[in-house]
Design a protein around this ligand. Structure first.
Ligand code: MLT
Length: 324
């Protein structure tokens, strides 16, 4: 009898500690894992959001870059973290393509995370080194059809948005290039500008200033409408590739089992951060915008993630692309 009473007392005490911790959260710095190297588009979005959330929460919100395997290494590390609200993840459309691309994925995106909310959806741009011969998307397609695997395409690994865009591009052309994987498209962009590789498809959060500054040659943007930040850049539809229509949505997650009170606090902080003047201005300058409060919720993120997994599965299977 005594042991049972002690057990109940201990359980009650532990429960009250957990409630107190959730009420006082955060009492120390929070880490957001970014599953790509520093300097790329995911890192750029994440650091802007982290800075604004830090102001709101009154605690440091730090970025930890964990690159590799198209974002799946960093996502796996976040899934395995303690569900205490001090380790989070910002990842993008790659959460919805990984389950089809990776036969031995170390996590289930729909089961192993606590969704917090959507952040933004970023257009993609086809860009090349500035002395690359083709000048229009039509010329680029003809050049790749003729030179195929002599054309070097940089991406951030199987499962990255830059990989997805390249896969859609090659499928639409029915032509293959040689791909070179990086830990993120930050370093990939350095090599496009330096001429070590020929081209990539990357998010406007990592190509807008390079295009505006003439450091790279741009061919098209993967959205139905032209962007006000790049008004002279045709859409893929205008340039004859309407199927190359993709924007890169981003979400904030914690590990599965995060206390509801902490999820609610983080969702509110994310919504505040997405109205931060600096976030709104920088997102606009980089060709994107924050989502609405209704989209910056666990429900909206979970609904989009499930829908996107279903949408991309047949497309990836038709392309016959897998990672072991
Ligand atoms: C990608 O998916 O290509 C990533 O966004 C690259 C990055 O953020 O570095």
């Amino acid at each position: 009898m005594k042991a049972a009473a002690w057990f109940l007392a201990a359980a009650a005490f532990a429960g009250s500690v957990a409630v107190a911790e959730a009420q006082d959260y955060p009492t120390r710095p929070v880490t957001i894992i970014v599953p790509f190297s520093a300097g790329g588009p995911t890192d750029t979005v994440s650091r802007l959001v982290a800075e604004a959330m830090s102001k709101d929460l009154g605690q440091q919100v730090l970025i930890q870059n964990v690159g590799g395997a198209g974002g799946t290494l960093g996502a796996g590390q976040a899934a395995a973290a303690a569900p205490d609200g001090y380790t989070l993840l910002i990842h993008h459309i790659g959460m919805s393509t990984a389950p089809t691309l990776y036969r031995s994925l170390q996590f289930d995106p729909t089961q192993d995370f606590s969704p917090v909310g959507l952040i933004t959806a970023v257009p993609m741009t086809l860009v090349a080194r500035k002395d690359f011969e083709p000048n229009t998307l039509e010329e680029l397609v003809a050049y790749i059809k003729e030179n195929g695997e002599d054309v070097i395409y940089a991406n951030a690994g199987i499962g990255a948005a830059s990989h997805l865009c390249g896969m859609l591009f090659m499928s639409a052309m029915d032509a293959q290039m040689t791909t070179v994987p990086y830990q993120g498209t930050g370093p990939a962009m350095t090599d496009v500008i330096g001429g070590q590789v020929d081209m990539t498809c990357d998010q406007t959060t990592n190509t807008t200033s390079q295009i505006q500054g003439g450091e790279v040659k741009a061919y098209a943007v993967t959205t139905p409408e032209r962007l006000p930040t790049l008004p002279d850049l045709p859409t893929t539809a205008e340039a004859g590739l309407p199927d190359l229509d993709v924007t890169v949505w981003h979400g904030l997650y914690g590990p599965k089992g995060m206390p509801e009170e902490i999820v609610t606090k983080l969702t509110a902080s994310l919504q505040t951060a997405l109205k931060d003047e600096t976030v709104m201005q920088r997102f606009a300058e980089l060709g994107t915008e924050p989502v609405t409060d209704a989209e910056a919720t666990p429900e909206a993120l979970s609904e989009l993630l499930n829908a996107q997994i279903a949408q991309w599965k047949p497309i990836i299977e038709a392309a016959g692309v897998y990672a072991d």
